[in-house]
Write a protein that binds this ligand. Structure first.
Ligand SMILES: NC(=O)c1ccc[n+]([C@@H]2O[C@H](COP(=O)([O-])OP(=O)(O)OC[C@H]3O[C@@H](n4cnc5c(N)ncnc54)[C@H](OP(=O)(O)O)[C@@H]3O)[C@@H](O)[C@H]2O)c1
Length: 240
């Protein structure tokens, strides 16, 4: 199968690329960072994985659709690329930064999905979401609300797609020790909101609530292979 993974060069997206590529699928990976894409492309190819890399900013609603149109039909779109958004009380953070999170996490994802659905004949859309989109994540409301919106988008699309053999799954990869949760805090001692988020993440890790990245990527690869298509519209978690 041909699988497009947005943000597939780095962190959790990179682990997804490795797991999906290891199953013999052809990869197309995107992101903004050309150097990271080149490096990931070389390293994945060295493992025998067939991979194309393309710079495409999800913040530009035309960029990924243009790429998708140029690729021709793909079998699976993994909407992984996302921003963590601003940290702080919702009424105190920069409103433009808050909204920018939706431009990337929701509009960019929707534009990529729409373009893929216009060319796909079968397969699946996999939206990488978060527990923060199911419950809440105070001090990261843009992230939390954008992920909630993506979950709801998936529920709607799954019904709209019923006449076609295309599934839509939301996937919560769990808290993993790479990327957004693994980076730790770059907070300065006087940034109390960042410190609170970092402290919370530390306590979650100490309580054993993190998911090994290999497990997170293994479940994603099973979703890509179609194992969860019968649950189209639903949420799959890394515990499955
Ligand atoms: N890490 C966790 O514990 C965790 C938990 C739950 C859910 N998730 C979800 O897993 C996914 C990956 O997260 P992560 O932790 O690996 O985060 P990350 O380290 O911040 O990586 C984000 C990825 O998205 C790409 N990206 C960001 N903005 C983009 C844009 N405007 N256009 C194109 N690509 C963009 C980045 O690539 P470039 O920099 O090259 O653009 C990078 O590959 C996200 O959807 C996140 O919400 C992560």
């Amino acid at each position: 199968m041909r699988v497009l993974i947005t943000g597939g060069a780095k962190e959790l997206g990179r682990a997804f690329s490795e797991a999906v590529g290891a199953r013999g699928h052809r990869l197309v990976i995107t992101g903004r960072d050309e150097r990271a894409l080149d490096q990931a492309g070389r390293e994945l190819a060295a493992r025998g994985i067939e991979v194309e890399t393309h710079v495409a900013d999800l913040g530009d609603p035309r960029a990924t659709p243009k790429l998708v149109e140029s690729l021709g039909p793909i079998d699976v779109l993994v909407n992984n690329g996302a921003l963590g958004g601003p940290v702080g009380r919702t009424w105190e953070v920069d409103e433009d930064e808050w909204w920018r999170t939706f431009e990337v996490n929701l509009r960019g994802l929707a534009a990529a999905t729409n373009a893929a659905l216009r060319t796909m004949t079968s397969g699946r859309i996999v939206n990488i979401v978060s527990n923060a989109g199911v419950h809440r994540w105070p001090l990261l409301s843009a992230y939390s609300v954008s992920k909630a919106a993506v979950i709801k988008l998936g529920e709607n699309l799954a019904i709209e797609l019923k006449p076609r053999p295309i599934a839509v799954l939301s996937y919560d990869p769990g808290m993993v020790d790479v990327g957004l949760m693994g980076r730790g805090s770059r907070a300065t001692p006087d940034d109390q909101d960042e410190q609170r988020v970092a402290q919370w993440a530390k306590s979650q890790r100490e309580q054993g609530r993190f998911t090994p990245v290999e497990q997170s990527a293994r479940v994603l690869a099973r979703i890509v292979d179609g194992e969860f298509d019968h649950r189209s519209g639903g949420l799959v978690t890394a515990a499955e």
